[in-house]
Design a protein around this ligand. Sequence first.
Ligand SMILES: [Zn+2]
Length: 382
Amino acid sequence: MTAPHAPRITPTRLSDGRELLYFDDPGTPPRTPVADRRGLTHRAAPGELRYDELSGDWVAVAAHRQSRTHLPPAEACPLCPTTASNASEIPEPDYDVVVFENRFPSLGPDTAVVSPTLPWGHTVPAVGRCEVVSFTASHTGSFAQLPYERARTVVEAWAHRTAALSALPGVRQVFPFENRGAEIGVTLHHPHGQIYAYPYVTPRAAQLGAAARRFYDEAGGRATLLGTLLDRERAAGERVVLEGAHFTAYVPFAARWPLEVHLVPHRHVADFSALAGEEKDELADAYLTLLRGLDALYPTPTPYIAAWHQAPLEAALRPASRFHLQLTSPRRAADKLKFLAGSEAAMGAFINDTTPEQVAARLRDALSGAPAVRAATGKAPA
Ligand SMILES: [Zn+2]
């Protein structure tokens, strides 16, 4: 047994009142937060929520986001530590991991309960919370290049924020994610992710949640859909990419994207905050391993979306919904991306040009050549 990974957490506020928390690797000396000297006086006006009666989906309208920073150089990066010439979002001269409220949020800063629907022609303020998670003080690199200890600190930050955001009034779903690659719309190169706390259950989570709930009811509450699919994938084996004591990763039987991997816990847990210490240890390892494998497939880095699915904060959906990662990429060749066109974008009907079995075999090959994540850090494997 290794000691629990307990980062040093230092909360503070930016000059416009936004919350910021430093998550420093264990063993880091205490930090007295440096004040934000930019004198920002006000927050961006909130956007609005509109309810689409045609689909039953909510749409966040956030016109103010048009003015946000787009691919700035390191000298002007808002996620790099503050220097004499760059008063960034992070007042400190250095940090390990930092989480703060987005200056240009799609949702928030206020939180409130939103009614289930809203008549045509009416809007409500876009309540909720959007946070930025910076994985490192270094402007270049990627999550895959983080040392194990740092990735483990990020996992702890995700767990902390999941618990905190789930407790905010009206929040019904907490979604940590990372978009990697300018090809898929990243506006900052600095390695970072985001966390959205929605005042509604998103369409995709509602769809997955309903399927999970149906299965759970038919099984008399004795089995879950994702747990059952995990058992089937482990028994079949041909699409399994890596298997640990607490997590298994596989290309799902009916993968929709050219590259798609699901990382699923063996135990039924709802979200990051419900994971035990040894599960989080293995999760950091497995996630780094998957990302390094993804990057080993082609000569250049592969764009991806890492979507952490957590059980919605909804009594009807929560018992049946299992925490898991859906890691997807539109890359289908060294120089080709899949674009969502008519069938996918308009109808949600995916056509995959590769077989999940072939993708799994390629990923297993890529992983077998990569060095072990934890051996390199001197920390004993679990
Ligand atoms: Zn930067």
